[in-house]
Design a protein around this ligand. Structure first.
Ligand SMILES: C[S@@+](CC[C@H](N)C(=O)[O-])C[C@H]1O[C@@H](n2cnc3c(N)ncnc32)[C@H](O)[C@@H]1O
Length: 352
């Protein structure tokens, strides 16, 4: 029989596992709140559950329970009169506020939810959860292909990426000397969140935003809102074919991590062909540690790597892996330094 210390260890360890595995209600509660637009409805002030149920055409007792659940994760607060108010975190579920993560919440809870459930098959087969999930529906669509014919999914994805990037643009723009490069191309730049911030900070620079049509077709309003559209060319295409030539700096943020080594090398070769001998490539990516350990920082990296596994069958990479990849694609790594709390700038120039 285990002694009482043994019992409490077992209880604590089981509790830890149960807490992790039982946490899947949280993304779904957040996604439900985000899709119903509860934060925008609560932005002017507190409201009752019945009032919110009417405004969202939902089942009042169930919505009341959701609101009480959201209290437990500090997204709303219940007031003495029974009405609900937004907390500071809850405010970031509004569609159009500084720091919003609403689209990311919807994308994770709705559009890619089934991919996470296919991790076992992804590990067994080396294929991505996305490919397996779409395959089960009869059409194999890996990578970014599901976005091609689904404008709603594409819009949520692009907005979600822009939201995450927006949280870091100040740090990236302050942490890297973009001012040295008269013409900056953002390859795989989505809706242009980063290039817009770079151009806004450097009024003499010109920019190029390059991405697939699902992103570039709706990027102009974002560039216009930032007041940089007149200095930013928007080019649609695939980086497996060609990228615009003639930029002094090619930035790729959170792009190469979506691809396995073979495809990543093909993309880098296309970029290398477009670059003049004196141009620079800046990858902004996470660095995986050589050895994992328990802890919150490592959990965030593990999540990112597992996200790449299920979405793309691609890896987050260690510094050594980034260096090997770039060197094999004909680059010399000129510098590796942090540009945000979680992302690193890997600067490379054409070798030889
Ligand atoms: C993870 S997102 C990063 C977006 C943006 N750089 C950011 O950090 O917010 C990857 C981007 O690569 C783009 N992409 C994927 N395949 C592409 C291709 N074949 N050619 C050009 N862009 C592509 C996607 O459309 C998407 O915008």
């Amino acid at each position: 029989m285990p002694d009482s210390d043994g019992d409490s260890d077992v209880l604590a360890n089981a509790g830890r596992l149960l807490e992790m595995v039982n946490s899947s209600w949280m993304p779904q509660a957040l996604r439900t709140a985000a899709e119903l637009g509860l934060a925008d409805l609560l932005a002017p002030g507190p409201r009752s559950a019945a009032d919110l149920a009417e405004a969202t055409s939902t089942h009042a007792p169930s919505l009341h329970r959701l609101l009480r659940a959201l209290v437990a994760i500090d997204v709303v607060a219940e007031r003495d009169d029974g009405s609900f108010a937004l907390t500071p975190s809850g405010r970031l579920l509004q569609a159009d506020v500084e720091g919003t993560v609403r689209s990311w919440v919807i994308y994770q809870g709705r559009d890619v939810w089934d991919e996470w459930g296919l991790m076992l098959e992804a590990v067994r087969t080396g294929r991505s959860g996305r490919e397996l999930a779409t395959g089960k529906r009869g059409d194999w669509k890996p990578g970014f292909e599901p976005l091609r014919d689904d404008p709603e999914r594409a819009a949520i994805f692009n907005k979600a990426m822009a939201e995450l990037t927006r949280l870091n643009t100040r740090s990236i723009v302050a942490g890297y000397d973009f001012g040295r490069y008269p013409r900056v191309a953002d390859v795989g730049g989505g809706y242009g969140e980063l290039i817009a911030a770079v151009l806004a900070a450097h009024p003499d620079l010109r920019g190029v935003l390059f991405d697939l049509p699902h992103a570039t077709e709706s990027a102009r309003p974002h560039l216009e809102k930032s007041g940089v559209l007149d200095r930013c060319e928007v080019v649609s295409g695939s980086f497996f074919d060609e990228v615009p030539a003639g930029a002094d700096l090619y930035v790729m943020k959170s792009v190469i991590h979506d691809w396995d080594d073979e495809r990543a090398a093909e993309i880098l070769a296309t970029v290398r062909r477009a670059m003049g001998a004196s141009a620079t490539l800046l990858l902004v990516e996470r660095l995986m540690p050589e050895r994992m350990q328990p802890g919150p920082e490592f959990r965030a990296l593990a999540r990112a790597d597992m996200n790449m596994l299920v979405a793309h069958a691609a890896p987050e990479r260690t510094e050594a892996q980034w260096r090997r990849l770039l060197e094999s694609a004909g680059f010399f790594v000129a510098g590796v330094r942090p540009v945000t709390a979680t992302a690193t700038g890997i600067e490379a120039v054409p070798a030889g």
